[in-house]
Design a protein around this ligand. Structure first.
Ligand code: MN3
Length: 246
């Protein structure tokens, strides 16, 4: 079996075990972050490989188009993988991407940008799912209760999250994170991530939106707000609930 496939299978197994095992941990932010790293850990040590998308390139149509997804995953995401491997060349590394970015220093640009790029995209792909019939896509369960408690209503939360995504100047991400069981909305520049100690918003990410132009320009051109509106249709609320409940 080729190495990338073998690694993927091995890590898929770790992923399942991690999902079962982490429920018993206490709920402070540090263990929330550890849980997240464990749960999302899809890549072990170098050389890192590009994880397959959890669906086909056209799966998120009509909201996110096939060409955008293909370039985004096979070129942009792949480039972060290649560049992180290049940055770590000749340096022994047993850390996963999550561990690398959690411990990263602000000035270590290669790992910050490329490690962040890998982690953020792996999370982002998982937090979307097909919605071909364009059914109304709303959260439910525990995460809905938490959204209502933190923001008053889902509509208010959606407005605030969309604002964070729209107002992020230049390239970056908007986030819903858990900080000591509280939900917080924020955004980061470039490929920064709430696991990084110097991030503007810190905590365990449970929802992520890529607002780099490469995520929407082919279909939406300069209309970032239209892309954000469309993206709400493909949010994988089951996955958000799963991350929230860990
Ligand atoms: Mn991107």
């Amino acid at each position: 079996m080729e190495k990338s496939r073998r690694d993927f299978l091995k890590k898929s197994a770790i992923f399942s075990i991690g999902s079962l095992a982490v429920g018993a941990l206490s709920a402070n932010t540090n263990s929330e972050i550890e849980n997240t790293i464990q749960q999302l850990e899809i890549m072990g040590s170098t050389p890192f490989v590009l994880n397959p998308l959890p669906y086909s390139y056209d799966a998120l149509e009509p909201f996110i188009d096939k060409q955008t997804m293909e370039i985004h995953h096979s070129k942009h995401h792949q480039a972060y993988v290649n560049n992180l491997n290049k940055a770590l060349e000749g340096k022994p590394n047993e850390k996963s991407v999550g561990e690398l970015i959690k411990g990263i220093k602000e000035h270590d640009a290669a790992i910050r940008n490329n490690g962040g790029g890998i982690y953020n995209h792996d999370l982002f792909w998982k937090l979307m799912r097909p919605n071909k019939d364009a059914v109304v896509n709303l959260p439910s369960g525990k995460v809905l209760d938490a959204i209502n408690a933190s923001f008053g209503s889902f509509e208010e939360f959606k407005k605030l999250f969309s604002e964070a995504a729209t107002k992020r100047f230049g390239s970056g991400w908007s986030w819903l994170v858990m900080e000591n069981k509280k939900l917080v909305i924020g955004s980061t520049a470039n490929q920064d991530n709430p696991l990084m100690s110097f991030s503007e918003v810190k905590g365990k990410p449970i929802l992520a939106l890529d607002v780099w132009e490469h995520a929407y320009y082919l279909k939406y051109q300069n209309k970032r707000a239209d892309y954000i509106n469309a993206w709400w249709n493909v949010v994988n609320w089951e996955k958000v609930n799963e991350l929230f409940s860990l």
